[in-house]
Design a protein around this ligand. Sequence first.
Ligand SMILES: [Zn+2]
Length: 414
Amino acid sequence: MTAHLPAASGSAEPVSASGGPTTLVTGIGELVTNDPTAGPGPLGLVRDAALVLAGARVAWVGPAARAPVADRLVDLGGRCVLPGFVDSHAHLVFAGDRAEEFAARMSGQPYAAGGIRTTVAATRAATDEQLVANTARLVAELLRQGSTTVEIKSGYGLTVADESRSLAVARQFSTETTYLGAHVVAPELAADPAAYVALVTGPMLDACAPHARWVDVFCERGAFDADAARAVLVAGRSRGLGLRVHANQLGPGPGARLAAELAAASADHCTHLDDEDVTALRDAGVVATLLPAAEFSTRSPYPDARRLLDAGVTVALATDCNPGSAYTTSMPFCVALAVREMRMTPAEAVWSATAGGAAALRRTDVGVLRPGARADLAVLDAPSAVHLAYRPGVPLVSGVWKDGAPRVTAWAAG
Ligand SMILES: [Zn+2]
């Protein structure tokens, strides 16, 4: 659609898909497009690159020397630009924290799913305003670290009213909202899990489906078994929700194969997989979303990304941001962990944190920089995306655009 655009040196017209003002972002030392037609490798790297943004969309991508003119110009002085991170797994609607539990665990106590109930009690006791404020704080943290798309789950309410208000809060911050009433069995129904599944697949689903795009279930010992998880997912699907599964986090189990059986968009965690699980995920086209911050924060063995990649499974990376097992909003931290601990190359980890997350959300307009994609960019105070893993813990994200608007502009102050 943009076969031959005029060069900046000519008498060119600004490129505009929207009719509004255009911005030429140039001086990009390395541009990660994730578009293999734009440059070498799966990252589609372009050196000495430029982008034209028109409204909320990318209008042009290519070498700076061939860039068209635009209404405004931003020169990044050789910095690296990549698509904004797509964090496809986050639990952001909650109250309180569990720092003491973390400290206890680091003192030798094992992680168990039951700790979720501490946050459930705090979340139920919080006002709507407190939930909105905490979610806003976390979304701002994510953005500051380069994440421009975030999936947000419910799952700390576990009543009809608390789950639906959690999703109403989530909806204020993202279109990627996920109904996770089946996080754990609500404490008041602990003696009757079947009654809780009936609630989750009945009145709670009725209240939550209008606010949600996805349904998710924690299919794990101590949470929901295969039959209960299948019932939750099938009920959600009948209401038009896409499917995601918390699978095989704490031990071997049926989650990954259930995700494959139902052709879910994503199976998340995937820490304890056997060969059949891996084959089933690949054959069903289910994205394996790996959440290494959870293993980091629970001092647990990491999932084997190399094995999944070598088998041909699409791998995404996400934060799993939650107050119990992974209280980070940093996708750069997850990229560094994936490279150091999960045998991913830096390029694979960057792809999985951007295009992989988009695949896990079945989005083609984010996680990629090509004409027509959303103008969501992360700017690194570094010459290449390798630095995300090479310089762990360093706040390299120095600029963020979302929907074509600069939201974080630290590079201008530098
Ligand atoms: Zn999770």
